[in-house]
Design a protein around this ligand. Structure first.
Ligand code: NIG
Ligand code: FE
Length: 415
């Protein structure tokens, strides 16, 4: 069979395929990198991958040939934790934040998440859609082809559903694939301060409605001291599981509330943040299918400690990296910057970092059979960087290295 498109002369082709572990390799360095690689694409899928000369049998007279000029190519990157759809921004809290007012104190005073809730209620569905599209265009320019997007800036039925409908429409109206998560348990609305159980029940009651309308695949809770306790979270998760939601969790971000342990117990797809994870939490994740989704941009932006990623990886935990893009704790679309922070601050190695934003991120959203690596039969999502090796992309920080982005076999971004 011949290809429709062939990318050749790829200096380093990170296929993202997982290889058997070699001696002295960390449990996350086992991804394949081909020197002088090529990719053959048929329609929207990867037909074959190789290195050296492109076999002539792949080429027909209509095949489009693209010279990568020795650049790096990697699988389309996946941002597996974002709060994409929201109104407004929070630069009014920025000065307080850099002067050390704690994140949770800002929230308790009705600021933080609650001020974004107000701004989100104020925008129409179309306005939210336009704002999110603009954000996604920026994400695409950084090499991101799939984004997980949570609700949670509504905290009432109408606005939560509005956010989720925006997720649904985004999937039809722009290039990036959206994975939709319901996060009605993102904060306790002020009017429910003395009626916690009532609010929790409201979230539970919304679950079947969302499922019936097919508006979200995942369910997420901010399990944190001062937000939702481990017990309250578990109560909601068990209900969500009954309706067929896949689970992920904001776990052990500021205070340890045994969120990682809960993730393992309920067989969640991912446990996210983990800045305050305990040794028991590490043990739990190590022996589970749950991906530890680390968001170092949030530590950077909040001026807080970083999750112990090095220790977790060395002990055998599988890690993903995401932006946590949101208007409060991490207002950036730039996944490359997150990867650079992961290298500089978490001491993650280049191969580990690329594994974290590709195949492991795909596992955290249950899409590893379809995306996350450049392998035969998978979707033809990949990024070409203006760099000769993966180290350069992490070392030269704060700039956008993307040269071209392909989604489903089509060129969707060009520098
Ligand atoms: O993942 N931690 C909770 N939620 C978001 C922040 C949301 C916000 O501050 O608006 C996070 O960091
Ligand atoms: Fe988050």
């Amino acid at each position: 069979m011949n290809a429709d498109l062939i990318i050749y002369n790829i200096g380093q082709l990170v296929t993202g395929k997982e290889l058997p572990l070699k001696e002295n390799e960390s449990p996350m360095e086992n991804i394949e990198i081909l020197e002088n690689g090529y990719i053959a694409i048929s329609g929207n899928e990867i037909m074959t991958v190789g290195h050296g000369e492109v076999p002539s049998k792949l080429i027909k007279f209509t095949t489009k040939l693209v010279d990568a000029e020795g650049c790096v190519v990697v699988p389309g990157m996946i941002d597996s934790h974002t709060h994409l759809v929201h109104g407004g921004s929070r630069e009014n809290e920025f000065l307080d934040k850099i002067q050390g007012v704690p994140y949770i104190d800002i929230l308790k005073k009705g600021g933080g998440i609650l001020s974004s809730v107000k701004a989100t209620k104020e925008l129409s569905e179309d306005e939210l859609l336009d704002k999110a599209k603009k954000t996604l265009r920026t994400m695409l320019s950084f090499g991101v082809t799939t984004v997980e997007s949570k609700s949670g800036y509504g905290l009432d039925n109408e606005t939560e559903l509005k956010q989720l409908r925006v997720n649904e429409r985004l999937n039809h109206e722009q290039e990036i694939e959206i994975v939709s998560t319901f996060m009605g348990a993102h904060a306790l609305p002020q009017e429910y301060r003395d009626k916690r159980d009532e609010y929790i029940q409201k979230v539970i009651d919304l679950l079947p409605i969302i499922k019936e309308r097919n508006l979200a695949e995942f369910f997420d809770v901010f399990c944190e001291e001062g937000v939702f306790s481990n017990e309250e979270s578990k109560r909601m998760y068990l209900e969500a599981q009954k309706y067929g939601f896949k689970l992920r969790i904001h776990a052990d971000e500021i205070v340890n509330t045994k969120g990682a342990e809960l993730a393992k117990e309920l067989n969640m797809y991912s446990a996210d943040h983990l800045m305050a994870i305990s040794q028991e939490g590490i043990e739990a994740l190590k022996n589970s299918k749950t991906i530890a989704n680390i968001l170092p941009g949030t530590s950077f932006s909040l001026g807080k400690n970083y999750a112990p990623a090095r220790k977790m990886i060395d002990e055998g935990v599988q890690v993903a990296l995401s932006t946590d893009y949101n208007p409060g704790s991490c207002p950036t679309e730039n996944l490359q910057l997150i990867m650079q922070i992961a290298a500089l601050k978490l001491k993650m190695k280049p191969k580990e970092i690329f594994k974290a934003v590709t195949i492991n991120a795909a596992k955290s959203i249950g899409r590893e059979k379809r995306i996350g690596s450049i392998e035969e039969g998978k979707k033809a999502d990949f990024v070409m960087f203006d760099a000769k090796n993966i180290e350069y992309i992490l070392y030269h920080f704060g700039v956008n290295h993307t040269k071209k982005v392909f989604k489903n076999g089509c060129l969707v971004f060009k520098k």
